[in-house]
Design a protein around this ligand. Structure first.
Ligand SMILES: [Fe+2]
Length: 451
């Protein structure tokens, strides 16, 4: 057992060394240290803040987060140390009066010397739109509350990628909490567990006050992979803990899926799943794009981890393969906005396609500046490409307010000295509104996307 542990540690050191070597060519400012648990030992005013001890036998449930799970349904996920704890959620629209109950499923996993708690996934609904629900998990424990998204515009997304669990992460989350948002979109790199499984638990505790109150829709980044050749497949912990509505959207993998909310079709792609024209993801994407009805969902938004349009030196060119395979599909379908992470800085493009400004292309936004322990990516390519509208290496978050079927307001908020400063903002007109998704184009779209 000891020899095995030493072998594994050596392997992990080797993998870490490779990662450090790859990322050592750019200079980042001093990162803030990883937070120590408990994050907030004093009682908080946040309704969903629970001062619990992770997986203590006396703690009935921890790491609660919620996600959209098909029309008018929400998946509640939580973890218990008790392997016999039931996967039930009681809920209702008045405090303490739970008129509905839902039974879910559970899973768990082992990772080297670590054994996870019991991970519960329970779908509740059908739910009313734009309504506060009070709920509790496992038949006991504290009452939490969530708000469902609205049925119609306006709706607001909070957006932040590459979160981690540092002082900067806490700063970003506190700023997001000041925003009246409906759904959080996270384009990859959540906990930065990087093989140390306890970090998944501490991340779950850190984000619970936010992720148990509003749906968090995530896709995977490289820090979720945790692949150990011949020993562990990639994304085992991520898939067990952050189950997204892939089955509900006809996908065979938790690494890519789609959902619809209040007039917006959102596609979450996987930068670390196969994406070539023979891959399952490619064919699923074609089929999903064909299903989009722009009269019902006039906005089309796509998220993935590795950006296609970035003028930062960090990770430059890493997204080229996926872009070559999939950008023609997104262009044909008339995707409005693409949100990515991975590069620890902020950048917003003009509407762009095939490397050039194009009024019928997507606005690409890189927002991998949530606050991770690796710090910021400061070095840019010069001259700034013509398609690059705004770029800055600071921690922060984005807010995307979909005002109506033709207009959205995007703003980026820098965590400047712990003051949330709105540093960049722009009105975005939908491609439906600008005539790029016309009937003539729809015929071409159908031909290209035909499965
Ligand atoms: Fe990344």
């Amino acid at each position: 057992m000891v020899a095995k542990a030493v072998g594994v540690l050596t392997l992990l050191s080797l993998i870490s060394a490779i990662v450090v070597t790859v990322e050592a060519d750019y200079v980042r400012p001093p990162p803030r240290p990883t937070l120590r648990f408990p994050w907030n030992p004093k009682p908080s005013s946040h309704p969903n803040q629970i001062c619990s001890v992770i997986l203590d036998k006396t703690n009935l449930q921890s790491q609660v987060h919620i996600s959209l799970a098909g029309e008018n349904h929400i998946r509640i996920t939580w973890i218990t140390a008790d392997k016999y704890a039931p996967s039930i959620v009681e809920y209702g629209t008045s405090p303490g009066r739970y008129i509905s109950v839902a039974q879910g499923e559970s899973t768990s996993y082992d990772y080297l010397l670590y054994s996870s708690g019991k991970i519960h996934h329970t779908v509740i609904g059908p739910l009313e739109h734009d309504t506060v629900y009070f709920y509790r998990c496992g038949g006991d424990g504290p009452e939490l509350q969530l708000k469902t998204p609205p049925a119609q515009f306006p709706i607001t997304f909070a957006v932040a990628g590459d979160m981690g669990q540092t002082g900067w992460t806490k700063s970003t989350l506190d700023h997001i909490d000041l925003c009246k948002y409906d759904v959080h979109l996270l384009p990859g790199d959540l906990s930065y567990a990087d093989y140390v499984q306890g970090r998944w638990d501490t991340f779950g505790e850190l984000v619970q006050p936010f992720a148990s109150a509003r749906p968090w829709m995530v896709t995977e980044g490289n820090h979720e992979r945790e692949l150990i050749p011949f020993i562990k497949d990639g994304f085992e912990s991520y898939n067990a803990r952050w189950k997204m509505p892939y089955k509900e959207s006809g996908s065979s993998s938790n690494l890519y899926y789609s959902f619809e909310v209040a007039g917006i079709h959102v596609i979450m792609l996987g930068s670390y799943a196969d994406y070539d024209e023979y891959s399952d993801q490619y064919w699923w994407l074609k089929a999903d794009l064909l299903k989009v009805d722009r009269t019902k969902t006039p906005w089309l938004i796509v998220l993935f981890h590795v950006p296609w349009y970035s003028s930062n030196r960090a990770h430059h060119g890493e997204g080229d393969g996926m872009m070559a395979a999939m950008e023609p599909l997104l262009y044909a379908a008339g995707v409005d906005i693409v949100l990515a992470g991975h590069v620890h800085a902020y950048e917003r493009s003009k509407r762009v396609n095939n490397g050039k400004s194009d009024p019928c292309g997507a606005v690409h936004i890189t927002i991998g500046d949530g606050g991770n322990r690796e710090g910021l990516a400061h070095r840019y390519l010069y001259p700034q490409p013509e398609w690059s509208e705004f770029r800055e290496a600071s921690f922060g978050h984005g807010e995307l307010k979909m005002v109506n079927s033709t207009h959205a307001f995007w703003s980026w908020h820098r965590n400047d000295d712990d003051e949330s400063v709105r540093s960049d903002h722009v009105w975005i007109t939908s491609l439906v509104g600008s005539g790029c998704v016309s009937e003539r184009r729809q015929v071409r779209r159908k031909n290209l996307l035909a499965v």
